[in-house]
Design a protein around this ligand. Structure first.
Ligand code: SAH
Ligand code: SF4
Length: 312
């Protein structure tokens, strides 16, 4: 079914601005068209909601019975972020991450957008989007980019590109492609270790390249786009949280437009949360590295980073 011209504008408005959840409400459209839309684009979203303070997690049941999770984080009255999933599970199998224990398939564009639609319709319109839910965005590159276009489109969600972030475990080909997208979407790199030996233990994806090679691609991105890059670093007890690790990390990160985002680890079994976050952060700051510490949401409902997995 192809929708074009002013009809497309009407449908976009109904979907993304009026946020209808039933084509019967689309009375501006001819009946025959509504019937066709009902058949081709069902609007109902099958989900369960879990709440913990200012975090809401939705588990969405997809047409093939796969389940994905998405989280709305309400920072304040002006800012709310949706953390979006892009795959069912994740094939990269990082040892610290609950999502990486299984993988089924990539999400379609509508399945990615559905997560934002759900919160917009029934809870609150988000101001920010992060691709930091289940899955690796650069392994579902085309669908993620298509979804971002619609999130960004003034006739659709109208969320500014600067308010959208993608996090990658370091898919080199994806970063290269992303460099040429010419948009203002933010890039985050999950680094998590300051040397190859440790990174390879934690993140199997890094077996095929070195940190040096990864940073070279990131530097190319920065010199082309002039945009800053956030390096995510999980702090895991007795694994990557010593002052020696902080020293190695500070040596890698001492470059303009590099920023470090320290993430307190949410235990998912094998590893434990570091008790050394404050000292680690102070070391980096003392050595001139721009460092943030991630604010945490949604522990009780397993909605925090890396805890998204199919448990129900
Ligand atoms: N696959 C991409 C996008 C998912 S983002 C990536 O890894 O970047 C998920 C973020 O949560 C990543 O920064 C990831 O490293 C982090 N994460 C994974 N497991 C975690 C855990 N147990 N506690 C806190 N953060 C975790
Ligand atoms: Fe996949 Fe990211 Fe989890 Fe690694 S951290 S398994 S790349 S979702």
């Amino acid at each position: 079914m192809k929708i074009e011209g002013y009809r497309l504008k009407q449908v976009q408005k109904l979907l993304y601005k009026d946020l209808i959840d039933d084509w019967d409400k689309a009375t501006v459209l001819p009946l025959a068209m509504r019937e066709k839309l009902k058949e081709n684009f069902p609007l109902k979203i099958d989900y369960q909601l879990f709440e913990d303070g200012n975090a809401k997690k939705a588990v969405i049941n997809l047409k093939d019975n796969s389940k994905i999770e998405t989280v709305l984080m309400e920072h304040n009255s002006k800012r709310a972020t949706v953390c979006v999933s892009c795959q069912v599970g994740c094939p990269l199998g990082c040892s610290f991450c609950a999502t990486g224990r299984s993988f089924k398939r990539n999400l379609e564009v509508d399945e990615i957008l559905q997560q934002v639609l759900l919160f917009s319709r029934y809870y609150r319109k988000p101001t920010n989007i992060v691709f930091m839910g289940m899955g690796e965005p650069f392994l579902n590159y085309d669908n993620v980019m298509k979804a971002i276009k619609i999130l960004n489109d003034p006739n659709c969600f109208n969320i500014g590109a600067r308010k959208i972030s993608i996090s990658t475990a370091g898919i080199i080909e994806g970063i290269k492609k992303f460099t040429n997208e010419n948009n203002q979407v933010n890039l985050s790199i999950s680094l998590h270790a300051p040397n190859d030996e440790l990174r390879r233990k934690l993140m199997p994806v890094s077996n095929s390249y070195t940190i040096k090679e990864l940073l070279k691609v990131v530097d190319d991105y920065i010199s082309k786009t002039k945009r800053k890059v956030m390096f995510e670093y999980l702090l895991i007890k007795d694994v990557n949280d010593s002052i020696e690790h902080a020293k190695q990390l500070s040596q890698l990160m001492r470059k303009p437009l590099y920023m470090v985002n320290l993430i307190p680890y949410n235990s998912t079994g094998k590893f434990k949360r570091s008790l050394n976050v404050k000292r680690f952060k102070e070391y980096l700051e003392k050595h001139g590295i721009f460092t943030n510490q991630r604010y945490e949401f949604g522990h009780k409902i397993d909605a925090a980073c890396g805890q998204l997995a199919n448990r129900i």
